[in-house]
Design a protein around this ligand. Structure first.
Ligand SMILES: NC(=O)c1ccc[n+]([C@@H]2O[C@H](COP(=O)([O-])OP(=O)(O)OC[C@H]3O[C@@H](n4cnc5c(N)ncnc54)[C@H](OP(=O)(O)O)[C@@H]3O)[C@@H](O)[C@H]2O)c1
Length: 348
């Protein structure tokens, strides 16, 4: 397969569109067919043209999230994907090669981190277009891989902790006791670090092999989720939790409930039907203990905050593995497997 490595800048912006570039593309049998049969393969596609409010990026890294393969499996029908075939992945870092007519804050050569829309995707490719309002500058201290890890996972952790739990990342405010499940995963490993920037005591769960890593990220106590105490979410120091950032799946409300403080909240980032029922019941009965389903709403200022924290050395991206774009299917399979430690990265 032929691929284009560099857009010759001397030819001017419009010349980009004459070129094709390589991508990992999901093909669906038919628009209304079974998406579970969607298959991924490599394809040459035209370099996209940036709209007025977009920048065209030559990608240096992309990171995978479970939602990417959930789209492929049809778990988010009928919302996603909107177009067929579909280039998956939203979290990218790269260099600006062209800007739309309405873009003033970026220029060719700028290094950036962007979150692409789940509707359009586009991250598993050599080039992608990103909205200017979801693109932030990436300083030299933040590598492309570290930056690409941040968008969906980091923003979800940031939103849960700052907006729902009300934690101040400057360490001010009353102390809160937080439980973070699946603390070794993409969202969880950022959540541990961000929570510890606030005034918190953090209990975390992960598999035995990741206990030392999660402690090194700042967790005060760590439970192996395969032990009886881990399954019961019992704090080793006997604490109850003011908030749970629930990044694992399959844990019922009845397991959380006895471990919550009087006004404790479970922030569920993968709510299933049973969780939605609990959410409704707790609301209707004015329960002090609540389940809060969370859906990420990406914000540029929050992404800027995360990139800034990485630059200052206060937050790091743990990298599970790096895969070349030509082997994107290996990264895809690893994400589906569900045992990543930190972020899975695809590079050129
Ligand atoms: N609502 C939203 O907007 C939003 C945003 C982002 C993500 N999500 C969802 O949040 C979930 C987590 O995403 P992610 O990116 O963090 O996933 P991930 O990186 O794939 O998580 C993998 C990690 O989870 C650990 N793990 C799995 N089951 C566990 C359990 N029962 N207890 C403790 N650890 C466990 C695994 O450890 P082992 O290898 O040791 O098993 C592995 O290290 C996904 O369902 C995702 O779709 C939702």
């Amino acid at each position: 397969m032929k691929s284009v490595d560099i857009i010759p800048k001397s030819r001017g912006p419009q010349s980009c569109h004459c070129f094709f570039h390589s991508s990992f593309t999901l093909f669906f049998p038919s628009r209304y067919g079974c998406q579970a049969h969607a298959r991924g393969s490599h394809a040459e596609v035209p370099v996209p043209a940036p709209a007025k409010d977009e920048v065209l990026l030559k990608l240096e890294a992309a990171s995978l999230n479970p939602v990417d393969w959930k789209i492929q499996k049809g778990m988010l029908r009928p919302l996603f994907p909107r177009k067929f075939p579909h280039i998956p992945v939203t979290d990218v870092a790269g260099e600006v090669v062209e800007v739309g007519s309405g873009v003033e804050d970026f220029k060719a050569g700028d290094k950036v981190v962007s979150v692409l829309s789940h509707f359009s995707g586009g991250g598993l490719a050599e080039f992608a277009v990103a909205k200017k309002n979801l693109t932030v500058s990436r300083p030299a201290q933040v590598s492309a891989a570290e930056g690409a890890g941040l968008p969906v996972a980091g923003l979800t952790a940031h939103q849960a902790l700052t907006q729902v739990v009300g934690i101040n990342l400057d360490g001010s405010g009353p102390q809160k006791s937080i439980l973070i499940t699946a603390a070794s995963g993409g969202v969880g490993h950022y959540a541990v670090q961000l929570a510890k920037l606030g005034n918190t005591h953090v209990t975390a769960t992960c598999g035995a092999r990741n206990i030392d890593l999660v402690k090194s990220l700042g967790a005060d106590e760590v439970l192996d989720y395969k032990t009886p105490d881990g399954e019961a979410l019992k704090s080793p120091s006997g604490r109850t939790f003011d908030a749970v950032i629930h990044c694992a799946t399959g844990i019922p409300w009845s397991t959380f409930e006895p471990n919550l403080s009087t006004n404790g909240k479970v922030i569920d980032i993968t709510p299933n039907a049973s969780a939605m029922l609990t959410f409704a019941l707790k609301k209707l009965t004015f329960s002090k203990k609540q389940l809060v389903p969370l859906l990420l709403s990406p914000k540029k200022e929050n992404l800027e905050c995360l990139v800034g924290l990485v630059k200052e050395g206060k937050l790091k991206t743990v990298i599970d593995s790096k895969h070349p774009l030509s082997k994107a299917e290996d990264a895809w399979a690893k994400s589906i497997d569900g045992h990543a430690t930190g972020k899975i990265i695809v590079g050129p």
